[in-house]
Write a protein that binds this ligand. Structure first.
Ligand code: T3D
Length: 266
């Protein structure tokens, strides 16, 4: 995979670090809003990241003062009255969200600034999000006469419950980072200048945890969202059996007994 650097004018940059990929949405003049080039580039990069066994975690952030402002509204011709918006949703947004969800590596969003519309869906499709404490979270869809997409109806109902989810969208809420943290959109807030060092060190630590156990933990929580308790208890037993057979578990026990930090390989 090509190593990019930040002087690149490609719409998405990918920097391969030790054990993880730093993916940067790179249309800062539009607050990293999505156009078709950015969709294609991001999908290609995510495919390569997924296929590269040396990459054990993925960190997604935005260049400039925004994380992602959702769809690029300047790409839409307002003189045309009718747009079949199911087309871009089905062609671009839905596959992107599913691709991200299906990558079997921890995905972390570092929200470096304003995030709006589908950009929030992108962040919530990650396993964890951290944010600059001056970021803003703009629901945005209602303001331009659209409905939430990119999985936001699904994510928000599970995150905050149906009543708050509806209220957030119907009021076109613009949340502060503090409010977004209280709602559970993000795990941790940082001073803006400290965000990337915090996010990279978190991603690195996830990359070097026991790989199988990390992924099984993510999968178990994903499955829990639709399972009954008994189904979930059975999943836990099945996943624990898998983890128990791993060399990482053996190393974890030996390291505990030897009073040293474990070194996971697999
Ligand atoms: O069409 C389909 O394919 C359907 C799919 C829809 C998915 C969606 O995501 S729909 C939601 C689309 N997004 C929005 O509605 C957000 C629009 N943007 C805003 O509401 C505000 O810009 C923000 C709240 C995000 C940030 O506000 P602020 O005051 O910090 O910045 P700004 O001055 O409004 O924006 C800075 C620049 O970015 C500005 O350009 P300029 O004037 O400096 O040349 C602005 O036009 C541009 N920008 C911001 N968001 C977008 C954008 N340009 C194109 N598309 C955007 N979404």
């Amino acid at each position: 995979m090509a190593k990019n650097n930040n002087t690149d004018d490609r719409p998405v940059l990918c920097d391969i670090k030790k054990g993880y990929a730093l993916v940067t949405l790179n249309r800062p003049e539009r607050l990293n809003a999505f156009n078709s080039d950015m969709h294609h580039e991001l999908r290609n990069i995510l495919t390569e990241v997924d296929n590269n066994d040396g990459i054990r975690a993925v960190l997604i952030t935005g260049a400039g003062r925004g994380f992602c402002a959702g769809q690029d509204l300047r790409d839409i011709d307002p003189t045309v009255c009718q747009h079949d918006l199911s087309e871009p949703i089905i062609e671009f947004y839905n596959p992107l969200i599913m691709q991200l969800k299906n990558i079997k590596k921890p995905k972390i969003a570092a929200i470096n600034g304003v995030v709006a519309g589908a950009g929030i869906g992108l962040a919530l499709a990650c396993d964890m999000a951290v944010s600059a404490n001056n970021a803003k979270f703009a629901m945005a869809f209602g303001k331009i006469g659209l409905v939430p997409d990119s999985g936001l109806t699904w994510f928000l109902v599970r995150l905050v419950g149906v009543t708050k989810a509806k209220a957030l969208m119907l009021s076109n809420a613009v949340l502060t980072a503090e409010e977004a943290k209280d709602y559970g959109f993000v795990w941790h807030l940082c001073e803006p200048e400290e965000l990337m060092s915090y996010a990279e060190s978190l991603t690195k630590s996830l990359a070097f945890r026991a790989r199988l156990a990390t992924q099984l933990t993510i999968d178990a929580f994903e499955k829990a969202q639709n399972n009954t308790l008994i189904e979930q208890l059975n999943i836990e037993a099945m996943f624990q059996r898998e983890a128990g057979y791993s060399t990482d578990f053996k190393e974890g026990i030996v390291a505990f007994l030897e009073k040293r930090p474990p070194v996971f390989h697999k």
